[in-house]
Design a protein around this ligand. Structure first.
Ligand code: SF4
Length: 327
């Protein structure tokens, strides 16, 4: 079973130092990413999902720091690697696609140069002609005409830039691609095409993809499993089908009920009460208790343990702890 897991975090904690004290942006998160899956990581803004994505690449910069836990990637604990070894992992085994690719593409470098440099990271002796041929093959697979390789990033559309980022990850022969809000800046038609493409690439290149998004509709569209974060903690993880059909955690239930549904009038749309907590001063017990319609006395006092409640679906909620005690 462990061979099925490409990446595993254990009790991962990321803190940010502020004048008023440490903020646990990610709080003891244990998460498995299976080989060949698309895992959707969702939650409201500020819940820690992007910080978790950066932590997986050990890219947390001061005032943030990984203050605890383990990062097991393909059999190695990345926390024990030197920064130089980590650069090799980032440059070769894990690729990242951001919401705005302009932040990671060099604006004065043509697309072809980005790709040939990346190809040479793996094969330093490859000729110019062979590197160009590989780059042409890659971008054409992603629906970009080979002539566009001579363009600069700013000459491409947002959707094309996202595809260039994916082609860089493929040129790296990355085992894992972490995509952080990759479709947020795209219109719905380009978004739908991009999501189709991700699925095709996953199948063709045996990629594993972590898709970080605030949009649960994107997860329904593309992911095999879903992980829901709230206030730096993991609230629920499970197969997309199971979680969407029967969400266990009241926060997941609220998120799903707030998705616009064409069968409902606008006034019937559920709106979750309250807002996410201030992590400088998080609530005691379950961090969702001030907003939870099902909260009980115990919820404000004790933190619920994250555990499997039905096969393939885990959550951290006292409703299920109490059920287990009654059995
Ligand atoms: Fe709601 Fe309590 Fe479950 Fe938290 S532990 S989600 S407050 S029922």
């Amino acid at each position: 079973m462990m061979d099925d897991i490409l990446y595993s975090t254990r009790d991962l904690t990321v803190d940010y130092a502020t004048r008023s004290g440490d903020v646990h942006a990610v709080d003891q998160v244990s998460l498995d990413i299976r080989r060949g899956e698309i895992l959707g990581l969702v939650g409201e803004s500020g819940c820690g999902k992007s910080t978790l994505g950066k932590a997986l690449m050990r890219m947390i910069r001061p005032p943030g720091r990984i203050s605890g836990g383990e990062l097991w990637f393909d059999g190695r604990n990345l926390m024990t690697l030197s920064e130089k070894e980590m650069q090799h992992v980032r440059g070769g085994e894990i690729g990242m696609v951001f919401q705005d690719p302009m932040t990671s593409l060099n604006p004065v470098q043509r697309v072809i140069d980005h790709l040939t440099e990346t190809i040479r990271t793996h094969e330093p002796k490859v000729s110019d002609a062979a590197a160009r041929a590989r780059a042409e093959e890659l971008v054409e697979k992603l629906g970009i005409r080979r002539e566009r390789l001579d363009d600069y990033p700013h000459q491409l559309s947002g959707g094309m830039r996202q595809r260039v980022m994916i082609s860089l990850a493929l040129a790296l022969r990355a085992k894992l691609v972490i995509a952080d809000e990759p479709t947020t800046s795209l219109d719905v038609i380009v978004e739908a095409k991009f999501l189709d493409l991700l699925r095709e690439l996953r199948d063709e290149f045996d990629l594993t993809i972590l898709m970080i998004t605030h949009n649960i509709g994107v997860v329904a569209e593309v992911a095999d499993r879903v992980a829901v974060m709230y206030a730096g903690k993991m609230a629920e993880v499970g197969d997309v089908y199971g979680v969407f059909r029967d969400p266990k955690h009241p926060y997941t239930q609220g998120l799903l009920q707030s998705v616009p549904n064409i069968d409902l009038d606008e006034h019937e749309l559920y709106k979750m009460e309250g807002s996410p907590p201030n992590l400088l001063n998080p609530p005691s017990g379950c961090p969702f208790h001030p907003r939870c319609p099902q909260a009980m006395d115990v919820c404000a006092v004790e933190v619920p343990v994250f555990h499997e409640v039905v096969p393939g679906q885990s959550t951290a909620c006292w409703l299920y702890e109490l059920e287990a005690t009654r059995d």
